[in-house]
Design a protein around this ligand. Sequence first.
Ligand code: SF4
Length: 437
Amino acid sequence: MSSNPRIGFVSLGCPKALVDTERILSQLQAEGYSTASDYQGSDLVVVNTCGFLDSAREESLEAIGEALTENGQVVVTGCLGTEAELIRAAHPNVLAITGPHQYEAVVSAIHEILPPPHDPFMNLIPPQGIKLTPKHYAYLKISEGCNHQCSFCIIPQLRGNLVSRLAGDVLREAEELVKSGVQELLIISQDTSAYGVDVHYAKSQWRNRTITTRMTELCTALGELGVWIRLHYVYPYPHVDELLSLMKEQKLLPYLDVPFQHASDRLLRAMKRPAAEARTLERIHEWRRQVPNLTIRSTFIVGFPGETENDFEFLLNWLKEAELDRVGCFRYEAVDGAAANQLENAVPEELKEERWHRLMEVQQKISTKRLQEKIGQEIQVIIDEIRENEAIGRSEGDAPEIDGKVLLTGNAFNVGDIVRARVEKAGPYDLWATCAL
Ligand code: SF4
């Protein structure tokens, strides 16, 4: 394979198909691919098909056959791509098939077959991209935007509706990060559980196989990379239960960041929260029954308009029963443009403050108890920082920046090492441990 892979194009059909071809070409050229004008000079041929009339379908099948005979490496896209079975029946050796307007899917299939060139003198950006996090962990964004309309939030107005990245693209980025030394991937989005809904769970290629753009399938594939995979912003939709078996197999960290925001049904409806109807306490108990070492982190809002003392008491009792491991709490803020600002019965600032303190006090006792239960246990710790006579790390239950730390005596570690340690002591947020060699 040449260092700059050459792609040949056969573009059939209407001007819309031609524009699709132009878009695919532009993307590929921007990534450093070359184009070729004949079959012999191409490393791979893309056939953009038409499926409008029978004659056009026939012509498309013939064009695919010709490209296979003349070159052998063929990716099919365009209107006839919606009839993958027909194409496979006629030409079983095509490498990938995508439908019309699936630019990302075509490019993703090409990446899989002929990885984009990387020239360190031409590309100022390393293959894994520019990262602002330490070398041993990285955030991996799987989608942008959000389809919900929570009344306190303006993110959908700012960032638009959900746009999921294809699983193949996410996995390739994850692989580059792992190659560059990353030991922990933090999966982020606005709504991780909704991943892939917008692209109808489109299929894409990774490691010579087809992966569905859906949370469980993505996590299953990420679990093959052999690094810590931590999920953030998971809403408790039913399919979240599918993740538990991956946690049991240690493919996924036993950690879920679920932004519950409140427990009162009435307030959750006023907040227009996704999965507000979920029977969350039952779910939490069942998750823990299946994965006893599961850490659950969440965030809550106190002082949302209309929150009564009863609602707040309900939340405190819910927290006592749920025994979440990590909790962040915000006092409601009237963000400009948020629908909740129109709601009646705003909660006075001093009452928000009082509720915030009460919630934090309740939660601190819960967190302390949860951490005390770890004393004497052996845990895994990823090392974040080395100091004179100690190392600072995090357990599987601690995300960077937002959760606690594990303080380890000794300094015979390297940043990014994952070591086994025995927990000796626990505070409300942090653990103290010694290395168990
Ligand atoms: S708070 Fe609600 S609307 Fe805002 S990003 Fe999260 S799920 Fe979407």
